[in-house]
Design a protein. Structure first.
Length: 367
């Protein structure tokens, strides 16, 4: 999971600002108790962000994705193309493996209590009680196999398998008589354009703009500021500077490049970790560079949709973080062009009194 900031472009007459909201008093510990700094008169923001909601149930945003179910694929293949005993042996092995895991968990449980390290808390899908249920389901399946009730041509049996061992909202089961193979795929709904699972106006970036979550002049996006170069690098690459060295860059702690083979693949050591080729110097990391004042890498509008510099992953890792040199510059240039197109389109639209028809609102997204 991660938080990241975006700017949503909305009509200038679509919101009200709460005059009693105290930006100076707001912090991470009380952000959800402060009330709303900005309230919308309509659902304009919700509607604009709806196509990018991770948990949406609206079919116009959903696509199917297929996940091969290894267990049910092997089961079907054995039931269709092999003798009954092959399937029974397979289920015996599954039950034995599950039993071993229960014994291991119980041993860990006793060890935790004996060492006074606190209660052993089992989550729903890994606790021993859950495992006993799974074993019971395997035993029920074995009975069906023994008494010839496991018919892979029977829709009720396939539905039972999907309920007990499958996932998703439906399944696809296909056999290949020529190759003597069987494939079971669980089918899930997902939103391929998902960008957030919840959001809040301002949020962790409540103080990004001076005294407001509203950017009235969209052209301010292009204003520049100077920062130390290391602050523009991915956070995980500079964590030592942030936490260990209290914001003071050091030599030989941030990797500049990695060793590669002739095909451009990064080389790994015996532990599977990439091998550094060169490190930044403290002087290089401290060098002043010019960046956009606000650093919005995501801008959302009704006309242009969601324009992003990169995809966001867990712990604020971006999809462009691994890029260097020309490839990185191409991505920056591409985003700058798209950003300028969006800003030029909306900033040109004004009321008769010269005030802008559209403004930007700061949004804290979680994904």
């Amino acid at each position: 999971m991660t938080h990241y900031v975006g700017l949503a472009i909305v009509p200038a007459d679509s919101y009200d600002i709460n005059p009693d909201y105290d930006y100076s008093a707001r912090g991470l510990d009380n952000m959800f108790d402060m009330g709303e700094a900005v309230t919308f008169k309509t659902d304009v923001l919700d509607d604009m962000l709806a196509p990018y909601w991770e948990q949406t149930e609206d079919n116009k945003y959903l696509k199917d994705y297929f996940d091969q179910n290894t267990f049910l694929s092997h089961l079907g293949e054995n039931l269709i193309f092999h003798k009954k005993q092959v399937t029974l042996d397979m289920l015996d092995r599954e039950i034995l493996e599950m039993t071993k895991r229960i014994v291991e968990k119980k041993a860990k449980n006793r060890e935790d209590i004996a060492n006074d390290t606190g209660l052993f808390i089992e989550d729903e899908n890994s606790g021993t009680e859950y495992m006993y249920k799974i074993i019971g389901t395997f035993e029920e399946l074995m009975e069906k196999v023994k008494f010839n009730q496991a018919d892979m041509n029977s829709e009720p049996f396939l539905m039972w398998l999907h309920d007990k061992f499958g996932g998703g909202y439906r399944y696809e089961a296909n056999k290949n008589e020529y190759q003597k193979t069987f494939t079971w795929k669980d089918v899930y709904h997902h939103n391929p354009n998902a960008r957030w699972d919840w959001y809040e106006v301002g949020g962790r970036w409540d103080k990004m703009l001076e005294g407001s979550n509203i950017l009235v002049d969209l052209n301010e996006i292009f204003e520049k500021k100077e920062v130390e170069f290391w602050t523009t690098l991915p956070f995980y690459a500079t964590s030592d500077i942030n936490y260990k060295y209290k914001g003071v860059p050091q030599d030989n702690i941030v990797v500049k490049s990695w060793k590669e083979n002739d095909w451009g693949q990064k080389l790994e050591d015996e532990n599977g970790k990439w091998i550094p080729s060169e490190y930044y110097t403290a002087e290089e990391l401290s060098e002043k560079v010019e960046v956009n004042k606000y650093g919005f890498n995501h801008i959302i509008s009704e006309e242009h949709g969601w324009v992003a510099y990169e995809e966001m992953g867990s712990f604020a890792v971006g999809s462009n973080d691994h890029l260097t040199g020309e490839r990185l510059q191409r991505e920056k240039d591409r985003y700058d062009r798209q950003l300028k197109e969006v800003v030029d389109f909306y900033s040109a639209q004004k009321f008769e009194n010269g005030l802008p028809k559209y403004v930007g609102v700061v949004v804290d997204f979680h994904i």
